[in-house]
Design a protein around this ligand. Structure first.
Ligand code: SF4
Length: 387
């Protein structure tokens, strides 16, 4: 089986049809029109990099063979599904071919656990070493750290990657045991996240391939085993404080056939969205946990943005005076973010802001902001949203 056909079976992107395009990719001699068709047939993930760039990212596995039986996973042991295993050489050369063809411009590489975490990690590292060493590949690489990886492996992965990550899957040991009973929350997953931060703190960054230690992140499966939004956000906050993870990904549960969870309902799509909104309020908008409108059960509203709910209970009767409020106060107003708060503060140097149309020119949606602000002591007119 050609390496590109194997990638079809190990892909973490949307399903794609690479097999019949494999021949054309061998020599990268496609015309521009063919290339467009090729890209359309070979979907990759549009990924936002930490530097703000957006790239087509190839998300794939070294192998889709796995000895574990995580309850939510399509690659779990015993599930009847076509599988493939790529050698480091095969995978690295396929990545280079796809890069030269303009299909992908970065790699997200994970793996099933064939053997154990240490063996799987060795293969991921070998693939990255071939890319960086033999092919002088300078594109973005996100490497997964496997459960139970050793510290020397974590160090080597960090030398080769732009980002490293370990999926915690659940926000605590109890949740993880219901999702993946053979993974150990503390020793297999949390420990490597700690190793990453220990290495960043103790080793000089010039040892990394581009002179900077990679950022780290984690991912949670949301909505399968009753974990709350408060659990997820509190664990994320602790990981940010203690291990300086850049962010967490909240991945909505979706049932997979032939798994113990196949009859569970999918998570509400709004849940993931609200979690990200709350995460950014905590990270970028100086919100505290006490500010977030959790229900008694510890969940966010699916219907309304948490910032809007906070403003409705705190600003409706105490609106923010746009002409005197500081940066943090402005950021509390729905519709005002970091960029628009700075624009307001700059505009105030040239006179008072008295007209809501000036805010609209700064990109602030007046219907969102108007109920919660004063412009030179007056409430701006606004049309309440009916729906
Ligand atoms: S270890 Fe990873 S690939 Fe294997 S079943 Fe669990 S989540 Fe899936």
């Amino acid at each position: 089986m050609d390496a590109l056909e194997k990638i079809k079976l190990t892909s973490l992107n949307a399903p794609f049809e690479a097999a019949e395009d494999a021949g054309r990719l061998q020599n990268c001699a496609a015309t521009p029109i063919e290339l467009d068709q090729l890209k359309a047939r070979f979907p990759v993930t549009r990924a936002h990099l930490p530097n703000g760039q957006t790239i087509p990212l190839l998300k794939t596995m070294q192998t889709s063979l796995c000895e574990r039986d995580c309850y939510y996973c399509c690659f779990r042991a015993g599930r009847d599904t076509p599988r493939a295993n790529l050698t480091p050489d095969e995978l690295a050369s396929a990545v280079v071919r796809l890069t030269r063809a303009g299909v992908a411009k970065g790699l997200f590489l994970s793996s099933g656990l064939a053997g154990n975490g240490v063996r799987a990690q060795d293969k991921l590292i070998a693939t990255a070493e071939i890319l960086r060493g033999k092919y002088h590949y300078r594109e973005y690489i996100h490497l997964k750290i496997m459960p139970g990886a050793e510290k020397a492996q974590v160090f080597r992965a960090m030398q080769l990657a732009d980002r490293v990550s370990i999926n915690l899957e659940g926000p605590n040991e109890a949740s993880l045991s219901r999702l993946a009973p053979h993974k150990s929350f503390f020793t297999e997953l949390l420990q490597p996240l700690k190793m990453i931060e220990d290495i960043r703190r103790s080793e000089p960054p010039h040892l990394a391939w581009n002179g900077t230690w990679p950022s780290s992140c984690t991912q949670f499966v949301v909505g399968a085993v009753g974990e709350t939004d408060l659990d997820l956000l509190q664990t994320t906050a602790q990981l940010r404080d203690r291990f300086r993870i850049a962010r967490a990904y909240y991945s909505n549960f979706s049932p997979v056939s032939q798994t113990p969870f196949e009859n569970l309902p999918p998570a509400n799509p709004w849940r993931q969205h609200r979690l990200y909104q709350a995460f950014f309020l905590l990270r970028n908008y100086a919100f505290d946990f006490e500010d977030l409108p959790f229900s008694l059960q510890g969940n966010l509203s699916l219907e309304k943005d948490p910032k809007l709910l906070w403003a409705e209970s705190h600003l409706t009767h105490a609106p923010v005076e746009v002409n005197t409020a500081d940066y943090t106060q402005l950021m509390r107003v729905p519709g005002i973010g970091a960029v628009s708060a700075h624009k307001i503060i700059s505009a105030r140097k040239y006179g008072k802001i008295q007209d809501v149309r000036l805010l609209a020119k700064m990109g602030i949606p007046s219907t969102r902001a108007a109920p919660f602000i004063l412009l030179d002591g007056r409430r701006p007119p606004y049309q309440p949203e009916l729906f």
